[in-house]
Write a protein that binds this ligand. Sequence first.
Ligand SMILES: [Zn+2]
Length: 228
Amino acid sequence: MTTRRVNLNTESADNYLKAVFALGGPEEERVSSTALADRLGVAPASVTNMLQKLATSPVPFVEYESRRGVRLSAAGRRRALEILRHHRLLETFLYEVLGYPIEEVHDEAERLEHFISERFEERIDAKLGRPKFDPHGHCIPALSGKMSKQTSRPLSDIEEDGEFVVDSISDQDSVLLKRLNAHGVTPGARLHVLRLSQEEFVLRAGGRFKPLQLPLSGAGAVRIRPND
Ligand SMILES: [Zn+2]
């Protein structure tokens, strides 16, 4: 994959493309400027400004209409997947090779993902044995940009008690990530879920792990699949 240079701050442009990709979800729906401003922690006016630049660059990275929101162009999608591949390979490398704690890999990868060369990307991929998933359980896009869709649902959707397998955990909240990890709530773990109330869950990973009481807000960060 080639690194594309655009006539604007590449690092910040990359973060917009990643955010549109993440918020659009598997169906790649249009994303509102407000949702983007929230996710990126910037003023709505800055969002509009950047989206206009991305939409009018020589190779447009997004399709943008202020009333209908934004979605990625083919070039934007390619670039977002390339950065996502860097990010997830770096997280895996930091975790498995350098021994970073799980809650620290995301911030470090956020910094490094914009700058690694294609050679470095290839070397860590080979060193890691061409991993399919990062330590949070998320699919690492292939070099071709292909990424298989994961079939899982958020824990917050579970209405009834039961046994599940942890599919993936969001990397956005490091405090929550550390807490989940300490209670054995990690990708691949079998989980007994008790819906205590509308607002509260109790998770048991078994073994040496203590049960964890988790509010609805935290339960949205954990994705599960049926027990296999
Ligand atoms: Zn991350």
